[in-house]
Write a protein that binds this ligand. Structure first.
Ligand code: UD1
Ligand code: CA
Length: 454
């Protein structure tokens, strides 16, 4: 079998996005449009992926990385045929070339695999689609035997050709050697003065090269993004695909249209996810995890039987089994919760290791901390980790009790079994089982008179 090389066209400016960001770097599911296309190319084991860039090319090159990506530059956008020609010198003559568009992100690798199957040294494979609204697209011209013989662009089409609903997706596979010959023969004698890639269909027919077509009914799979309306439309389509995958794998979604996955979400058994939840980066949820409404989780691992209550935000954290988080909790980068620990409402943690069975139930900040097992941290406790210049660590050993509204000024250690009286500002280490009280003593003044209004 011939090797497969992919060419991705991404030189267009994307004028109608009204953005300084090159079109193919706009995102769907948190990932650049072109990164989706590259992923599909990688999924079908392309030997090399040639990306043709032009407008904003440097930005694209900086942000997109991956195995076997090669870059080609099309300085002037002279048409899709001209764009493919820019990559051709780097391509093995004996290979099959699959042309994809950088702004058509939802093409499935299954479709590509099927398309490529019908391409060989003597046959070209074209992906077409039955369009409900074909306007602006190239029309597929078929002969009496129903064989595709040409593509006519909208601007060059006669009024009867414009009635045709079968359109060119733009995606095709062709043998490299013949493709090279056809591209050299292209001429810009058409309504747009461009070198049309689509003209190679008629050339192939002329050359006795078979033209095979694969026709889709799902227009969104090959819809290109030209503006923010289409971007939003494809985002929803992508999210529907993702939530359908989750449902099929056994996850309970309270409303499949109100979950957004911007990355990769892996779920164990019997996971329940409430509405308006966002998962970013790589997130893994264990068995029996329950995620409440309005929760955002990014690049984190949540262990079995853990519950995350409403309005919590979790980022770069690992949470073990049977923990309880929120409502209204914020776990920042470097938080590690051990089994059966609890982070309650209005608590913020950062670079904090919370031991087994420990609780921070209300209104606290726990930063740069190592907290042992079965510790109770009272409401309003602040770990003062920053002196305005440097950060310091606090260590709280097992079975400590910290009274409400305490400030622990790092670096400081609280020994095993120690207690801190409410309202203390602790600046010195506390020994095992000691009670530290660091607050002004209460005075009760007898016979004091409240001032009266004059
Ligand atoms: C093209 C097809 C049309 C098809 C439609 C599907 C041609 C001549 N026409 O039309 O039959 O129905 O796609 O969306 O091929 N690009 C470059 N360099 C260029 C021109 C384009 O890299 O010089 C890239 C664009 O960035 C884009 C893709 O090629 O990713 C398609 O370009 P676009 O201008 O959208 O093609 P259409 O004219 O709409
Ligand atoms: Ca287009």
């Amino acid at each position: 079998m011939n090797t497969l090389e992919v060419v991705i066209l991404a030189a267009g400016k994307g004028t109608r996005m009204y953005s300084d960001t090159p079109k193919v770097l706009h995102k769907i599911g948190g990932k650049a449009l072109i990164a989706h296309v590259i992923q599909s190319a990688q999924d079908i084991d392309a030997r090399a992926i040639h990306v043709v860039v032009g407008f904003g090319g440097e930005q694209v090159k900086q942000q997109i990385h991956g195995d076997n990506i090669k870059w080609a530059v099309q300085a002037e956008q002279l048409g899709t045929g001209h764009a493919v020609a820019q990559a051709l010198p780097q391509i093995d003559q004996e290979s099959i070339v699959l042309v994809l568009y950088g702004d058509v992100p939802l093409i499935r690798h299954e479709t590509l695999r099927e398309l490529v199957k019908s391409c060989n040294a003597d046959s070209l494979a074209l992906l077409t689609v039955n369009s409900s609204n074909p306007s602006g697209l190239g029309r597929i011209i078929r002969n009496d035997q129903q064989q595709a013989v040409a593509i006519v662009e909208e601007k060059d089409a006669s009024s009867s050709q414009k009635q045709i609903k079968e359109t060119n997706s733009g995606i095709l596979a062709a043998p490299a050697k013949r493709l090279a010959q056809w591209l050299t023969a292209l001429s810009p004698k058409n309504a747009q003065g461009e070198y049309y890639l689509t003209d190679i269909i008629a050339m192939a027919v002329e050359d006795n090269c078979t033209v095979e077509t694969l026709t889709l009914d799902d227009e969104l799979e090959v819809l290109g993004v030209n503006n923010k309306v289409q971007l939003a439309q494809l985002e929803r389509h992508y999210q529907r695909r993702k939530s359908a995958e989750l449902l099929r794998s056994g996850v309970t979604l309270f409303d499949p249209s109100r979950i957004d996955i911007r990355g990769h979400l892996e779920c164990g058994k019997d996971v329940e996810i409430d509405i308006n939840t966002i998962f970013e980066g790589t997130v893994s949820l264990g068995n029996n995890v329950r995620i409440g409404p309005n929760v955002v989780i990014k690049d984190s691992v949540i262990g079995d039987n853990t519950q995350v209550f409403a309005n919590s935000h979790i980022e770069e954290s690992t949470v073990a089994n049977s923990c309880s988080i929120g409502p209204f909790a914020r776990l920042r980068a470097g938080t590690h919760l051990n089994n059966s620990s609890k982070i309650g409402n209005f608590v913020e943690t950062k670079k904090a290791n919370i031991g087994k069975g420990s609780k921070v139930n209300h209104l606290s900040y726990v930063g740069d901390a190592i907290v042992g097992e079965n510790v109770n941290i009272g409401a309003g406790t602040i770990f003062c980790n920053y002196d305005g210049v440097n950060k310091f660590q606090t260590r709280v050993h097992d079975s400590v009790f910290i009274g409400s509204n305490s400030a622990l000024v790092a670096p400081v250690q609280i020994g095993k079994g120690a207690s801190i009286g409410a309202g203390s500002t602790v600046t010195k280490d506390v020994g095992e089982n000691e009670l530290a009280v660091a607050r002004a003593r209460q005075r009760n003044i007898d016979g004091w008179k409240r001032p009266e209004k004059k």
